[in-house]
Design a protein around this ligand. Structure first.
Ligand code: ZN
Length: 450
């Protein structure tokens, strides 16, 4: 397995995955999972069409070979092979001659953005349709003309829907989710960017000894997430929260959509990771992506979303203009850095308890009182061994003053209830410094992990 997260590697993945016609089921999704399996070891699952999952039923598997509209001279006016957004996703097969008025009822355009092809789906209603730019409609289609329509698609009731996961067992059972969706055809920010970022982030998680357990879930949005949760109800008991990763590589500002709690540890980690950026705060509302399913009463898993050009908020959203020219691998790498930082912070958010709870420790006796002023270049225990752990990207230089403050707060609060994040909120001291000092206390056998 090649460990590359550089620009050219991401560009290669984008170029390879972008043209594939994905949907909520079908061979495009399988091919996507095969390509992503070269990055990380994905477990792939097939859920039979017709399976009841809570209030939903897994639909028939849909595949498409070709689709076009020709005018009476035989000239192709719209061709799925030029852009897979041209077909309404999940269109039924159809061959026939239709007149202009009838054809219009099956055509979708965006008059407000006349050069863009809209993205439309018809998962749960058997019909067919084409999408095209409004300008193409005006130029190419004329009243009183007849048109030949050809849609070579298939519905298979004996087929299935594919999803995938991957799990990294940490030293604790407490588990965090990374979830993304794979059902969009040739659309770049929503959500090919999220699909690639999730796999790159998880590949990094896999390469370290993590303290907590992590689970990556890649599903067709909504129905795939519902099916996954239906099939993994007991596996969700240790899951405390996570991130739904989508729209991460646009040219605009970062954003953070908070969990339904707003102050959960995943929110704290995301907000700290973003603190040096200008970013838009989006409160939780029950729309958007699969946080709707994870946060439902039966699961109540808080999920946040860090974005770069959030879905709904940019003009190119759900159109052919959300393409590889709109996003960039540089932007994707920037957001990956933020997500990685959030995961590192979560890894540092541990709970410790003093072995001797009475009064302060005599720090000098344990070699912990910083006797020399000035800056420490690198905390001593962050040496060679630290590379085994995910949380050591500490760039903060710790001053002796910071360290004394951190020890004071830790000695005051390490009673086995307060986490590093709790102490960070009360003391305003950086999570990295608190964690580093707590680990020093642990090495000196003055505290234990809870
Ligand atoms: Zn979407």
């Amino acid at each position: 397995m090649i460990m590359q997260t550089d620009k050219s590697y991401i560009d290669m993945l984008l170029t390879e995955l972008f043209p594939i016609c994905r949907s909520i089921s079908g061979n495009g999704n399988r091919r996507t999972f095969d390509i992503l399996s070269e990055l990380i070891p994905l477990n792939k699952y097939e859920i039979k069409s017709g399976t009841r999952v809570f209030d939903w039923t897994v639909p028939k598997e849909w595949n498409i070979q070709d689709a076009w509209i020709k005018d009476s001279s035989g000239k192709k006016l719209v061709d799925f092979k030029n852009n897979n957004l041209h077909i309404v996703n999940y269109s039924m097969p159809y061959q026939g001659i239709v007149d202009y008025d009838e054809l219009l009822t099956h055509l979708h355009t965006l008059p407000s953005n006349p050069d863009a092809i809209p993205y439309r789906t018809t998962y749960y209603k058997e019909t067919w349709g084409f999408c095209l730019s409004h300008n193409e409609l005006l130029e190419k289609f004329k009243p009183n003309e007849k048109y030949e329509v050809n849609i070579e698609s298939s519905f298979n009731s004996a087929g299935s829907m594919t999803y995938a996961d991957c799990r990294k067992k940490g030293s604790k059972k407490k588990e965090y989710l990374i979830s993304t969706y794979c059902c969009h055809p040739s659309l770049a920010n929503d959500n090919l960017s999220g699909l690639i970022l999730s796999c790159l982030l998880f590949r990094e998680i896999l390469s370290f000894n993590t303290y907590y357990t992590f689970r990556l879930i890649i599903v067709p949005e909504t129905i795939g997430c519902i099916a996954y949760l239906f099939n993994n109800q007991s596996n969700m008991h240790n899951v405390v929260g996570g991130y739904v990763i989508t729209t991460v590589a646009g040219p605009g500002e970062f954003g953070y959509k908070s969990s339904f709690l707003g102050n959960h540890e995943i929110d704290i980690a995301a907000n700290i990771a973003l603190k040096d950026q200008n970013y838009i705060k989006y409160p939780f509302i029950p729309d958007g992506s699969d946080e709707r399913q994870y946060s439902s009463p039966g699961f109540r898993i808080p999920m946040g979303t860090i974005t770069k050009d959030k879905y709904y908020e940019y003009n190119e959203y759900h159109t052919s203009q959300d393409n590889l020219n709109f996003i960039s691998s540089d932007n994707l790498l920037e957001t990956l850095k933020i997500y990685k930082k959030a995961i590192q912070l979560l890894e540092m958010n541990r709970i410790y308890k003093r072995t001797e709870p009475h009064c302060e420790f005599f720090l000098s006796k344990h070699g912990l009182y910083p006797t020399v002023g000035g800056k420490q270049q690198q905390p001593s225990h962050l040496g060679a061994n630290s590379h085994n752990s995910f949380c050591y990207d500490i760039t903060t230089k710790i001053s002796s003053g910071d360290e004394i403050d951190a020890f004071s707060w830790l000695m005051h609060l390490l009673d086995g209830d307060e986490s590093i994040f709790d102490i960070h909120i009360k003391s305003k001291i950086d999570v990295e410094i608190l964690y580093n000092c707590a680990e020093k206390l642990k090495t000196a056998n003055l505290v234990t992990e809870v």
